[in-house]
Design a protein. Structure first.
Length: 312
């Protein structure tokens, strides 16, 4: 008898209980980086990049090695994927050679096709629609800073900036799973996908949280415990920077944001950051910033996820 392969393609591919298990394991990995070695042998894990990367490349490569495995890093431009080989064919080959597939790519439909043809776990290391590994890292960092995973439920997390991007979508789903009150503040033309908002609202209702989408920075941030932002220009949209800067100027995370948030509110940014644009230098480099702990938790959270998937 065989069991269905588990993949992690979007934040709600796991249950709230499973998310908690992964987050607790992430905190444990920070205390003992060699706690588990499910890929000892070493077994290979394919890590495919269609987009430039620093943190994803370093954290997954280091993480697979610390899990006892061999990180097989593939740049699609130098592989047959980059020359038009069908995703299904690549999946059928890789599943016979590696223990898991990690992919940083563009359309969500691509990674869904990879998973549909792979008997080995497929992990979304970023698509245009979701960034679920980043949200695991963010939640783990907040849990670490606040005394444990139990502290997440009931917190108010506010994301301001481009509400239509992958980070906003993943905050909605991942935050809802954690029982948080998630708010997204974004310009009217950059609101999150309504289908994802509806999915998040359903999860939030089950987990005791809530979802709010607003076009006002202050409405999103007032009384928040966690303030999050991201670059105003996603990869591939660099030619839109001047126009977007005008639109998003009122959504900057700055001292005013901290002043209207809850006392002791903490700040997250998935990086790379542009000081003076979406966030001011005094905030990202200040005492209420969790950004560097958050970046470190990319390693621990992704190791926890891979170890958890290896048990399935």
């Amino acid at each position: 008898m065989t069991t269905e392969t588990r993949h992690f393609l979007r934040d709600d591919d796991i249950t709230a209980a499973e998310q908690r298990e992964i987050l607790e394991l992430a905190l444990a990995f920070r205390k003992d980086r060699h706690l588990e070695q499910p890929f000892a042998g070493p077994q290979a894990v394919a890590i495919i990049f269609d987009k430039p990367s620093t943190r994803t490349r370093v954290s997954f490569s280091t993480g697979v090695a610390e899990l006892g495995g061999y990180p097989l890093v593939i740049d699609s431009a130098t592989s047959q994927l980059g020359r038009g080989e069908p995703v299904a064919d690549t999946a059928r080959v890789l599943e016979r050679m590696v223990s898991a597939i990690v992919w940083r790519t563009f359309g969500q439909e691509l990674i869904e096709e990879m998973a549909a043809h792979s008997s080995k776990p497929v992990v979304n290391a970023l698509t245009d629609s979701f960034h679920p590994c980043q949200i695991l890292a963010d939640l783990a960092a907040v849990a670490d800073a606040r005394g444990g995973v139990d502290a997440l439920a009931g917190l108010t997390l506010a994301y301001v900036g481009d509400g239509a991007n992958n980070m906003a979508h993943s905050y909605l789903l991942g935050g809802a799973l954690a029982g948080m009150h998630v708010r997204v503040g974004a310009p009217a033309d950059y609101l999150p996908d309504e289908r994802i908002v509806l999915d998040a609202k359903k999860i939030a209702a089950e987990q005791g949280g809530s979802i709010t989408v607003t076009t006002e920075h202050d409405d999103a941030v007032a009384g928040a415990d966690i303030i999050c932002t991201d670059t105003w220009v996603s990869m591939g949209d660099e030619d839109q920077y001047a126009a977007r800067a005008d639109v998003f100027g009122g959504y900057q995370v700055n001292q005013h944001s901290l002043d209207i948030a809850n006392e002791g509110a903490q700040v997250l940014h998935c990086l790379p950051a542009y000081r003076g644009k979406e966030i001011t230098a005094d905030v990202i480099d200040g005492p209420q910033s969790l950004v560097w702990l958050e970046a470190e938790y990319r390693l621990h959270a992704q190791k926890a996820l891979l170890a958890w998937l290896a048990r399935r």
